[in-house]
Design a protein around this ligand. Structure first.
Ligand code: UDP
Length: 330
């Protein structure tokens, strides 16, 4: 039996592919290589496919049948908040259109389980610091909307499968701030998030910019829950196993560490790991940034027995090592 991984050549997808291969699962990668990198998944069967294309459903069905796929992990999606505000239709087309084709192929072939990449962006701007899964979701940008709508689509597909008497289970994982590298060659090459941005600025001799230091947090900078990409990848494996062994009692899970770190603390950790003095510049607040967003991880730990193994120091160190910026002797 085979696991089909859409977006398997991406940063997070390729970490999951690596863990699946390590444990002996057969893997089929589907990727359009718009941001995915082929080197990350060489040696594996690959279908090069834009999931939102008009022939995507038929091509997925053919690939699922050819490779006897029984589970899908669906990563392939657009994920830049700012871009989603500028080009909302592209986000609806790719993320919702892509998932529609995946679910249609599931329906036609009888794939039994699906893991969906969701996001803490589904919560929007919650007024609590620790967010649990049953909090009201009020996304504040098209990207977050596509993830929440994706969750609804999956819930409806589960209901419809039950009505047809077909076995179909799904788990939706709401990622918090994913960072680090489990293997240097799988590191995040996009410079879109705090840690890669700071590393790039330091490498090019520029001061990192802190987007606001007047928030109501202990040091005034925003707090986020940074989770190591390898821990996150393990959460997908735990989700597949959870669906194999029982009827899921819950289908949506936060994936974080349950601990927050401020922007200043992240920059300090980078200074430590690179053994460089980093003097950040203070910038304006960035629109749409909640002051603090930390995962309540009680549900995932109770149901999936999953817990993050790594903390901020290891996350930053792995990112610094992958960027070739670690201080000598460390
Ligand atoms: N941030 C910052 N400077 C940067 C990039 C990000 O101060 O150059 C802050 C950002 O305002 C947020 C945190 O770092 O509070 C994490 O931002 P990121 O874009 O990585 O993830 P988000 O939490 O927005 O999904």
């Amino acid at each position: 039996m085979t696991v089909l991984v859409t977006g398997g050549a991406g940063y997070i997808g390729s970490h999951v592919v690596r863990l699946l291969v390590e444990r002996g699962d057969e893997v089929l990668v589907v990727d359009d290589f718009s941001t995915g990198i082929e080197n990350r998944v060489e040696d594996l069967p690959i279908v090069s496919l834009d999931l939102a294309a008009s022939d995507a459903e038929d091509r997925l069905v053919a690939a699922i049948e050819e490779h006897s796929v029984d589970s899908i992990i669906h990563f392939a999606a657009k994920k830049q908040v700012g871009e989603s505000v500028e080009q909302p239709l592209m986000y609806y087309r790719q993320n919702i259109g892509g998932l529609t084709n995946v679910l249609a192929a599931v329906e036609r072939t009888g794939v039994e389980s699906l893991v969906f990449s969701s996001s803490a962006a589904t919560y929007g701007m919650p007024d609590v610091e620790m967010v649990a899964e049953d909090l009201d979701c009020r996304p504040i940008n098209p990207y977050g909307e596509t993830k929440l709508i994706g969750e609804w689509m999956i819930d409806n597909a589960i209901t419809a499968a039950k009505m047809r008497g077909t076995a179909f289970k799904a788990v939706k994982l709401r990622y918090f701030n994913v960072a680090g590298a489990g293997w240097p060659e799988l590191a995040d090459t996009a410079v879109m998030n705090l840690i890669p941005i700071v590393l790039e600025r330091v490498a090019t001799g520029k001061a990192p910019i802190i987007f606001g230091d007047d928030y109501a947090t202990p040091d005034g900078t925003c707090i986020r829950d940074y989770v190591h990409v390898k821990d996150l990848a393990e959460a997908h494996i735990a989700s597949l196993d959870y669906m194999k062994s029982e009827e899921p009692a819950e289908t949506v899970f936060n994936v974080g560490t349950g601990k927050g770190a401020s922007v200043k603390e992240v920059i300090d950790a980078i200074a430590e790991a690179t053994d460089r003095e980093i003097v950040p510049e203070m910038g304006e607040r960035r629109a749409g940034d909640p002051p603090a967003l930390v995962a309540d991880v009680s549900r995932i730990s109770a149901q999936l027995s999953w817990k993050a193994e790594y903390g901020l120091t290891e996350i930053v160190r792995s990112a610094v090592d992958a960027a070739g910026m670690s201080s000598t002797g460390k």
